[in-house]
Structure formats: structure tokens, C-alpha cells
Design a protein around this ligand. Structure first.
Ligand SMILES: C[S@@+](CC[C@H](N)C(=O)[O-])C[C@H]1O[C@@H](n2cnc3c(N)ncnc32)[C@H](O)[C@@H]1O
Length: 195
């Protein structure tokens, strides 16, 4: 047999091997997924740590895959339409209820749009998010002097602010964290502050 035919036969054998490997990986993938779902659905086993791990991993990768930075879609139009509308609402609330306009915090700030907007109202603003990728980008692109970004879990924030804002964040938190998060928000407020 000539060399080229030998090579092609080897290639076909390798394809068959890869097919087998794919089948076995698919089967392992499905088994592992079923295992996670089974434990998650059980009412007796506490899976909170796994839930937190999954949510955290999701957010570390999310900004690689989605363009809008907030709504987790590739529809950049949503960002254009949503942002001015939300800013208007936020500004009304701040003007009506917020006594001091010195410091503001945004939890789960994503791409930092709202933090940047808050920096036009408050003397000093901080945006925090657990996503490394997102915070690194925000820091690299930040041109606003009274705004800083920090990578951290919202629960790790401990200073006090006149205004604390979080949008579109709680629905991605483990259920057991939601009530604690509301308590946290209240604890982050200066006297007369709002969230
Ligand atoms: C759907 S995005 C919303 C981003 C932005 N607030 C907006 O409305 O466009 C949710 C963001 O919350 C962040 N996040 C979720 N849980 C968090 C937590 N416990 N601490 C800090 N960031 C969190 C995620 O990394 C993600 O960037």
C-alpha cells in the first residue's frame, strides 16, 4: 500500500477513536448533570455550596459570551433602550428620597453603565461585581474620577453609603441569600440613605 493510503486509513481509525471518546464523554456529561439535578431536586440535601459555585462560575464566563453586559443577551439594542429609561426613574427616586448625595454604591454593577450615571449625581461612587472579567474591563476603561470599581461579592461590602443600588442581581442569587442580601442593603446605608 502506498503512503498516502496508509495515512488516510490511520486518519479514519483516529476518527473512529474520537467518535468513541465523544460518546463516552457525552454519557459522562449526562450522568454528571443528572446527578446534580437529582440532588438539587431533593428536599433533604443541602446543595447551597454547589449552587453558589455554579452561579459564581456562570458570572465569571458570562461577559465573554454576551454583548450587552446586563441582560445576558447579544441584543445591544436592549442596552440602548433600557439604560436612558432606567436612569430617568433612578434620578426621580434619588431626587425625591435621598437626603445626601455624597456617596453611592452599585452592587452587581455589570458593565458599569449605572455606576457611571450615578457618578454624575454623587460625589463619590463605587461599583462592585463578582465578575473578574467585567470589573477588569470597567477599571481599564474608566475615565470618571469620582468612580471606582472593585471586584468583590456584595456580601463583602462593609462601608456606609447615602444610596445603594442593585439591579437585576437577586434573581441570580441562591434563595437562601436573598433575605440576607436585603438586610445587607439596609446595613450599608448612612442615616437618611436609601436603597
Ligand atoms: C444580570 S447582571 C446585571 C448587571 C447590571 N446590574 C445591570 O442591571 O445591567 C447581574 C450581575 O450581578 C453580579 N452578581 C450577582 N451576584 C453577585 C454578588 N453576590 N456579588 C456581586 N456581584 C454579583 C453578576 O456578576 C452580574 O454582573
Amino acid at each position: 500500500m502506498d503512503n498516502i493510503n496508509k495515512e488516510l486509513i490511520e486518519a479514519k481509525k483516529r476518527i473512529d477513536e474520537i467518535d468513541e471518546l465523544k460518546k463516552s464523554l457525552d454519557s459522562e456529561y449526562k450522568t454528571l448533570q443528572d446527578k446534580i439535578h437529582l440532588y438539587f431536586d431533593s428536599q433533604t440535601i443541602d446543595t447551597t455550596e454547589t449552587e453558589k459555585f455554579i452561579i459564581n462560575s456562570f458570572w465569571q464566563k458570562a461577559y465573554e459570551n454576551y454583548a450587552d453586559g446586563g441582560y445576558i443577551t447579544d441584543d445591544v439594542k436592549i442596552r440602548e433602550l433600557r439604560f436612558p429609561y432606567e436612569c430617568k426613574l433612578i434620578k426621580n427616586i434619588i431626587n425625591k428620597h435621598c437626603k445626601n448625595k455624597n456617596t453611592a454604591l452599585e452592587l452587581g454593577c455589570g458593565n458599569g453603565d449605572t455606576s457611571r450615571f450615578l457618578a454624575s449625581i454623587f460625589k463619590s461612587v463605587k461599583g462592585v461585581d463578582m465578575s473578574k472579567k467585567c470589573i477588569e474591563k470597567n477599571i481599564a476603561e474608566n475615565k470618571t474620577k469620582n468612580l471606582k470599581f472593585e471586584r468583590k461579592n456584595a456580601f463583602e461590602e462593609n462601608q456606609k453609603y447615602d444610596f445603594v443600588f442593585a439591579s437585576d442581581m437577586f434573581m441570580y442569587s441562591p434563595e437562601c441569600d436573598v433575605e440576607l442580601m436585603f438586610e445587607k442593603l439596609l446595613n450599608l446605608l448612612n442615616g437618611g440613605g436609601i436603597c
